[in-house]
Design a protein around this ligand. Structure first.
Ligand SMILES: Nc1ncnc2c1ncn2[C@@H]1O[C@H](COP(=O)(O)OP(=O)(O)OP(=O)(O)O)[C@@H](O)[C@H]1O
Ligand SMILES: [Mg+2]
Length: 417
């Protein structure tokens, strides 16, 4: 065996391969050039495979690439040996190279066939693309479901907030109504008796001045209780059939005087509105209140617009009429907008606002079977919308002891009556 191996390396008595080609240059050079080119190409392939596998570490069956690299390198070596043996009869070395190449080829071939079922079970690019598309569709569905859930949640939170606000207004209304009612009765007694005393005093009595001061104070207190009663929907109303456009038309002149020259008054009155069964004095009072607020929100001037139109379909007021008072003033930040209808809520300095204007408007709209709502935003101006039904279900004035309908909120508005 050892002897056989030793003899494998012996080159005596052997002729180089070139002799077989009779050293004909065209044959010799064709062999040299083609074998060199094949060997170079073979050696470059393992480099490419190694670069690919080392950069794409996630590639499956990476070891197959390495065994290919060994196999192809060995193939390249056999071609180099073919050039070498043209001149040197190293056929033993050539045989060794071929043994290595054979081993690498067989190993790679066996590994490839062994791998075939697993390779075939891998998803094809088309299958992967389809799976990706399906996944993307599922993700989109999930995103849509999440968005719908978020929207439903927000809607629920909004409804809950409106509910809480409604309950708060209801509670404040009941409390205010009760206190204002009793207070009003007491003030009536006070005023009646002061009146009696005044009539009983001689014209030159020194008590007359303090008495009249007391009467003026009591009257102012009575006016506050009336505003509170209006908020609590316990102010007696005298509804009559009223053409809102005509009322605003004749009232506009008075408003111009109230809001001053710096503010432009515009009216946009929709024709063909049904008459309302409403207390015209209280409606004027509400519009005046809103106009004064608008004036205060536009210290540098602006535009005040009074608009009328039919109540939107689906609103609680059915076929009624809406009156909107819009200004181009400072607007309300959300925290003010949320509380603006509450009695005694004011952002004005002490002594400049009682905070009863909007609550009065709110109570009046409620008591008239309608609603009041604010649409505002910082620096966006403010719109207060009052909507009234053409024929309220129970338009009768509310006596002191009567139960007024609950405070409700118009759909889709920040705060409403
Ligand atoms: N048009 C408006 N623009 C901006 N903010 C307003 C407007 N109307 C009302 N507000 C805000 O709502 C608050 C409450 O208004 P409301 O009319 O009830 O009371 P007031 O105007 O402060 O006082 P009062 O009306 O008793 O003189 C105001 O203090 C103001 O902050
Ligand atoms: Mg006001």
């Amino acid at each position: 065996m050892l002897d056989g191996l030793r003899r494998l390396w012996e080159v005596e008595n052997l002729s180089p391969h070139g002799i077989c080609l009779l050293w004909r240059p065209e044959l010799i050079w064709t062999h040299i050039v083609t074998d060199t080119l094949i060997a170079l190409a073979y050696f470059s392939i393992p480099v490419a495979l190694a670069t690919f596998v080392s950069r794409r570490r996630d590639v499956v069956f990476g070891w197959v690439f390495w065994s290919f690299a060994v196999f192809i390198t060995a193939c390249g070596a056999t071609h180099l040996m073919a050039i070498w043996t043209l001149y040197v009869p190293d056929y033993g070395l050539e045989a060794m190279v071929k043994i290595v190449t054979a081993a690498a080829s067989i190993g790679t071939a066996l590994a490839l066939w062994h791998l075939m079922p697993r390779a075939l079970s891998l998803p094809s690019p088309t299958q992967l693309r389809r799976a990706n598309e399906a996944l993307r569709a599922r993700i989109e569905e999930r995103d849509q479901a999440l968005a719908a859930l978020k929207q439903a949640n927000e809607e629920r939170q909004r409804t809950e907030a409106l509910m809480r606000q409604s309950q708060k207004m209801e509670a404040v209304g009941q409390l205010t109504g009760g206190v204002a009612h009793d207070f009003n009765n007491l003030l009536n007694v006070v005023l009646l008796n002061l009146d009696r005393v005044e009539r009983g005093l001689p014209a030159d009595s020194p008590l007359l001045k303090p008495l009249r001061d007391a009467m003026r104070g009591s009257e102012r207190a009575a006016s506050v209780t009336h505003k509170l009663l209006a908020f609590a929907r316990k102010h007696p109303l005298s509804p009559v059939s009223t053409d809102v456009n005509a009322l605003i038309g004749s009232f506009a002149e008075l408003l111009r005087g109230t809001i001053g020259a710096k503010i432009r008054l515009e009216t946009d009155l929709a024709p063909g509105l049904p008459p309302l069964s409403i207390d015209p004095n209280q409606l004027e009072n509400a519009i005046l209140n809103l106009a004064v607020n608008a004036r205060d929100a536009m210290p540098d001037g602006g535009t005040l617009t009074i608009r009328t139109g039919p109540a939107q379909e689906g609103a609680s007021t059915g076929e009624g009429v809406c009156v909107e008072v819009t200004d181009t003033g400072t607007g309300m930040p959300p925290e003010v907008e949320a509380r603006a209808f509450e009695p005694f809520f004011t952002t004005k300095p002490l002594g400049q606002g009682t905070g009863l204007g909007l609550s009065q408007v709110f109570g009046f709209a409620q008591q008239s079977g309608g609603s009041a709502a604010i649409v505002s935003g910082r620096e966006r101006g403010t719109t207060v919308r009052l909507c009234f039904p053409a024929a309220p279900p129970r338009p009768a004035p509310v006596p002191d002891t009567a139960e007024a309908p609950g405070f409700g909120f118009a759909p889709g508005l920040a705060a409403a009556g």
